[in-house]
Design a protein around this ligand. Structure first.
Ligand SMILES: [Zn+2]
Length: 64
């Protein structure tokens, strides 16, 4: 029996999500490294409450 290939992809995705959870980004509002991903594409600063929509797994500032 063959091992289903999709298993690898899912594991990689989970790994990436776990990594993303740990990474903190610089908040554009208070300039502290407190910006964290709370949902896919939604980032929130735990310090000042600043919320911003960006890429799903990586914070990229698009407009200021
Ligand atoms: Zn902030």
């Amino acid at each position: 029996m063959k091992v289903p290939r999709y298993g690898i992809k899912i594991r990689k995705r989970v790994e990436m999500q776990e990594k993303t959870k740990r990474i903190k980004y610089k908040c554009p509002s208070c300039k502290k490294n407190t910006l964290r991903r709370i949902e896919s594409g939604i980032w929130e600063c735990k310090r000042c409450g600043f919320k911003v929509a960006s890429k799903a797994y990586k914070f990229e500032q698009t407009n200021i």
